[in-house]
Write a protein that binds this ligand. Structure first.
Ligand SMILES: CC(=O)N[C@H]1[C@@H](OP(=O)(O)OP(=O)(O)OC[C@H]2O[C@@H](n3ccc(=O)[nH]c3=O)[C@H](O)[C@@H]2O)O[C@H](CO)[C@@H](O)[C@@H]1O[C@H](C)C(=O)N[C@@H](C)C(=O)N[C@H](CCC(=O)O)C(=O)O
Ligand SMILES: Nc1ncnc2c1ncn2[C@@H]1O[C@H](COP(=O)(O)OP(=O)(O)OP(=O)(O)O)[C@@H](O)[C@H]1O
Ligand SMILES: N[C@H](CCC[C@H](N)C(=O)O)C(=O)O
Ligand SMILES: [Mg+2]
Length: 482
């Protein structure tokens, strides 16, 4: 229980009707989940305007309403608080409600189009191995030390973030690594958090349905670095042309990592094979189980963070060589018939290109590369033909299939992917709507030595159609078939 006036600390309040000297039992932004004496925050969403559920929330027991516009009529027993920005107010109130847990541990956020899950998961592993209790907020799972919570978003809503952080404090966690998605920043899910540092990976085509233009997408990412305090660090990928832009207006202490240009944390790929990478990190040679030069970037960031946070250089390098690859990211096995299957979460053009180029680079002879891939529904449509083009250019055979069609017509999504296939590559492509059948076809086509890449779903264990998720697991499926 907390007093309303304490929860409002640092919130930009523009008007109040009623007493703020009363207790709040819980904060809630979904009217359907309101309990007695809850504070209900009315958010303007993409589908609904939370203001239309204020009456419903009061009916279910809300006694405090935080909103951007006051209702026409007030109810006597209820306190109404008008704020400039309900999303931001929610985030700040959530932090106050849980006693600002982010200030009691070292919270590091990773943003960028690709590599976030990989970096935060590797950092979680590394700091656990170094003997610290560690937390993780990621696309794949949320971890409070070793306790696992299911993830529904890459960056949870602000209430949940602070709830997890609070639990981390109670469990004695001293470091937390979290993914900061562009949706998360834009919807102010991370407002009010005290970050120890921020990492920028890269910026390539994704989510232009939501952010409209690439510049808007970039500026949302940049705003995360703009908001870091002087005490924090900002570590950016200098090989990415937007790396310097992220640093333009930050007050944080600046660091860089790179493979190609000068940087504080400089990595060179010495060997890139199916059993791992041999890297030179700031002059020291190490071997790691991770595959693909894109992972050299991720490891450069991991080494940078470990060093900035005070780990000994030698300890950091030793622990990096013990890191395990992340679930659904270049996860692979060789069947007893000699077919290699790779499951990867590449769901953007850049990721798909990187993964296919990695396979091209490390294959030893004339093995066929059979790719199974699709694109999500209710997501950026512009990436569909681009992914169709890349998949058909860099594979010997491609099977386009469904990947979470959500509310869209799955066949229409495949048609939009096929638009990108160049005429000379047509004969390499097939379209099979049912993902299970598509994987079956790939398994049938593959001969000894061939490589099957199943891209786009990685760790996901579901297929989402019209709001319903049914069990589907790429790894499980191909393992069963080969
Ligand atoms: C596009 C997007 O990000 N949408 C998020 C947004 O939903 P929305 O704007 O549609 O909300 P809405 O349904 O219009 O509702 C508005 C408000 O009314 C409230 N409401 C609604 C109905 C009701 O009966 N009562 C009620 O009070 C809602 O609780 C909400 O506060 O706010 C919701 C509540 O926080 C989120 O769950 C939802 O995420 C949806 C499910 C989603 O799919 N998001 C994806 C795109 C996303 O966020 N992805 C990024 C990662 C992307 C990446 O890494 O590549 C992520 O961080 O996960
Ligand atoms: N540093 C990188 N640069 C480019 N591509 C990468 C990089 N790291 C990983 N990838 C590719 O992107 C895919 C997704 O990686 P990862 O899950 O780490 O990214 P993410 O940023 O967390 O994605 P999401 O936005 O969905 O949360 C991987 O499966 C791989 O194909
Ligand atoms: N976090 C990303 C994941 C996309 C993964 C792909 N399998 C899809 O469903 O489109 C998103 O929500 O856009
Ligand atoms: Mg992720």
């Amino acid at each position: 229980m907390k007093l309303v006036k304490d929860i409002l600390y640092k919130v930009a309040v523009t008007a109040v009707n009623g007493s703020t000297d009363r207790f709040v039992n819980a904060i809630q932004f979904d009217s359907r989940r309101v309990e007695l004496d809850a504070l209900f925050v009315a958010q303007k969403g993409l589908v609904f305007d939370g203001h239309q559920f204020i009456d419903k929330a009061i009916e279910l027991g809300a006694t405090i309403i935080v909103c951007e516009e006051f209702p026409v009529q007030f109810i006597n027993e209820v306190t109404y608080i008008k704020v400039e920005d309900a999303d931001e107010a929610l985030a700040i109130m959530a932090a106050n409600f849980y006693n600002n847990p982010s200030s009691k541990l070292k919270l590091v956020g990773v943003t960028g189009t690709n590599g976030k899950t990989t970096i935060v998961t590797l950092l979680y592993q590394l700091f656990q191995k170094a003997g610290y209790k560690t937390g993780l907020l990621s696309t794949v799972q949320n971890l409070v030390d070793k306790k696992v919570y299911k993830a529904t978003h890459t960056t949870p809503n602000s209430l949940l973030i602070n709830q997890y952080l609070n639990e981390m404090i109670e469990a004695g966690v001293s470091y937390c690594f979290m993914e900061v998605s562009s949706h998360g920043i834009h919807q102010k899910r991370t407002a009010g958090l005290q970050f120890e540092g921020g990492i920028y990976t890269n910026l390539t085509h994704d989510h232009l349905d939501y952010h409209n233009t690439f510049k808007e997408y970039r500026d949302v990412k940049k705003s995360f670095f703009d908001s870091l305090p002087k005490t924090a660090f900002a570590l950016v990928n200098m090989d990415d042309k937007n790396g310097v832009i992220m640093l333009q207006n930050t007050k944080a202490k600046q660091y860089s990592y790179a493979l190609k240009t000068m940087a504080d944390f400089k990595v060179r790929v010495l060997e890139n094979q199916f059993d791992g990478l041999v890297l030179n990190i700031n002059g020291s040679e190490i071997w790691t189980k991770l595959i693909g030069s894109f992972n050299a970037y991720n490891l450069a960031a991991v080494y940078g963070v470990a060093t900035i946070l005070g780990l000994e250089r030698l300890e950091a390098l030793t622990l990096i060589s013990e890191l395990e690859s992340v679930n659904g990211r270049f996860q692979h096995f060789i069947s007893k018939d000699g077919v290699t299957a790779i499951i990867d979460y590449a769901h953007t053009p850049d990721a798909l290109k990187n993964v296919l180029e990695t396979i091209q680079n490390i294959r030893t002879g004339n093995e066929e590369i059979i790719t199974v891939v699709g694109c999500g529904g209710n997501r950026d449509k512009a990436k569909r033909p681009v992914m169709g083009k890349i998949a058909s250019q860099l594979s010997t055979q491609v099977i386009f299939t469904s990947d979470n069609p959500r509310d869209e017509d799955p066949q229409q999504i495949l048609n939009e992917i096929e638009v990108g296939v160049e005429p000379q590559n047509f004969k390499k492509t097939l379209s099979i709507l049912d993902r299970s059948q598509a994987i079956k076809a790939a398994a049938k086509l593959a001969q000894k030595g061939d490589i099957i890449l199943i891209a786009g779903k990685g760790h996901e264990t579901y297929q989402e159609v019209k709001g319903e998720r049914t069990h589907f697991d790429d790894y499980e499926k191909i393992k069963e078939l080969l």
